[in-house]
Write a protein that binds this ligand. Structure first.
Ligand code: ADP
Ligand code: MG
Length: 155
């Protein structure tokens, strides 16, 4: 488990932008945290780091948005309105060659692969967020190790 504190939306975006460098095809990130915590901001940084040129917005109403203009495809999901007993076919995305990012992943535990990087964002106050990254297997552990090395050397 690794923890980071950010003090602005820009800092959160910088963090996830750096993380994007280490992502490989098939990686899955789950994003948890209250409404307004910064899950979509985090995803915007990730998209930037992947070199995606399109505008990334919250897919709350469409559930999934795909972006194909970067180094890897990005599948951005928001399952706020979905429950675990609905089969909406999301598991297909986890087997493709892109990176899947799932906002409100706690709503669909049985559809997720085991090895996900779990990212929890907690709101401390208007500007401060605590980001906790927990690995659940070797694939997500690699991302966590890489980003922690990077952060240590950049400070
Ligand atoms: P979520 O997707 O979790 O509902 P959003 O990313 O849409 O949240 O919104 C996060 C809000 O919090 C934005 O209005 C953003 O400007 C604000 N914010 C303030 N400080 C931070 C920070 N350190 N990191 C991320 N967002 C922040
Ligand atoms: Mg959101």
């Amino acid at each position: 488990m690794h923890q980071w504190t950010t003090h602005s939306p820009e800092e959160t975006m910088n963090f996830s932008e750096q993380m994007a460098v280490y992502l490989q095809p098939g990686d899955v990130l789950t994003l948890s945290g209250d409404l307004g915590a910064g899950k979509t901001i985090f995803t915007k940084g990730l998209a930037k780091g992947l070199g995606i040129r399109e505008m990334v917005n919250s897919p709350t109403f469409t559930i999934v948005k795909e972006y194909h203009s970067g180094r890897l495809p990005l599948y951005h999901m928001d399952v706020y309105r979905i429950s675990d007993d609905e089969d909406i076919g999301l598991e297909d995305y986890f087997e493709q060659d892109g990176v899947a990012v799932v906002e409100w992943a706690e709503n669909i535990p049985s559809w997720l692969p085991d090895d996900v990087l779990s990212v929890v964002i907690e709101r401390v106050n208007d500007h401060e967020r605590i980001i906790t990254c927990t690995a659940n297997g070797s694939r997500s552990e690699r991302i966590n190790e890489e980003i922690s090395k990077h952060e240590r050397t950049s400070h």
